[in-house]
Ligand binder design. Structure first.
Ligand code: ZN
Length: 313
């Protein structure tokens, strides 16, 4: 049989065909997990024997048997890598995300299993960023879910200041103009303390920050060049705006509304990881985006107990 190869033009169909071969799946995951070749998770030994019938290795030094799933987001899962990798391909590339119902139908697993798989893949999509944002950075906040949806922004800012249980959540975003990359976080409310904390953790001092006139952004001046968009002013500096972040908010809201039946505030940050990952990798090809997620599977585990068992879209 001719081996299919994945390349920059590959789409979902090619991926499904490619990953229908168990050994191909194993090799793809193995390469991503152990760039220098497989090693024993117990003693780090590299002298191994491979059992092709069981797709397992045995360490010749300590006799430990292990699969490629050990120490990755796939650990403890009975679901085959073929299904995992197709789900990963879909979540890495479907522009508006993919719901657990769609995954369940496409891969013949239960919705609950699909939901768990998607959360683990989102976990792999989470990249702790090391470098602070520099240059010009847009900062803005938005409200997701609950009653906030139909409220005017000024009204929301006034009413939603506590931690009330109306199902809404405050998302804070930063967009670096030079790269166009976004960074998102769920914050407790729009009070100064929370917003300033996010800015100081993610933006290099001296950067120029553009915000709207929300009072919480006052006093950024001490560390940043703070420019405020004031629509009441007669003269508006065309370069001072948060338009790109506002465009991102509408993409985000469309994706969440269109694909996910509901997003529990508790899980919201994982959806944000997913959306910001796809957005920040928007210039990559499907295969490259997939590979990027696959490269992040190692060292990440997400036991069921960490997730709650609530039904979610
Ligand atoms: Zn060993």
């Amino acid at each position: 049989m001719e081996t299919v190869k994945l390349n920059d033009e590959s789409g979902l169909q090619a991926a499904i065909q490619y990953f229908s071969e168990p050994l191909t799946c194993l090799e793809s995951v193995s390469k991503a997990k152990w760039p220098n070749g497989p090693e024993c998770p117990r003693c780090q030994g590299k002298k191994l024997s491979f059992l092709k019938t069981r797709l397992m290795w045995t360490c010749l030094a300590c006799r430990k048997q292990f699969s490629v799933k050990v120490g990755t987001i796939f650990e403890d899962s009975a679901i085959g890598l073929d299904k995992w990798l197709c789900a990963m391909w879909m979540l890495a590339n479907c522009k508006n995300g993919v719901s657990s119902y769609e995954i369940a139908r496409a891969l013949q697993v239960t919705q609950k299993t699909a939901w768990f798989m998607l959360h683990r893949i989102r976990y792999a999509q989470h990249h702790g960023s090391i470098n602070n944002m520099t240059g010009t950075v847009e900062a803005d906040e938005t409200f997701i879910g609950g009653k906030a949806r139909n409220m005017h922004k000024a009204e929301r800012a006034r009413k939603i200041t506590g931690t009330g249980g109306t199902g809404k959540a405050v998302v804070f975003g930063l967009l670096e103009r030079e790269t166009g990359n976004v960074r998102l976080s769920v914050v407790k409310n729009t009070r100064r303390h929370h917003l300033h904390k996010q800015i100081s953790e993610n933006v290099e001092p001296g950067a120029e920050i553009h915000t709207d006139a929300l009072r919480s952004y006052d006093s950024l001046d001490s560390e940043y060049a703070h420019k405020v968009i004031d629509h009441a002013e007669a003269y508006v500096d065309g370069n001072v705006h948060t338009n790109r972040l506002e465009n991102f908010w509408s993409l985000l809201k469309r994706a969440i509304r269109g694909t996910y039946v509901s997003v529990e505030p508790f899980h919201l940050y994982r959806y944000l990881d997913e959306q910001s990952f796809r957005y920040n990798e928007r210039h990559a090809t499907d295969a490259q985006r997939f590979q990027k997620v696959l490269n992040s599977i190692a060292g990440k585990r997400l036991p069921w107990s960490v997730l709650t068992c609530q039904e979610a879209g």
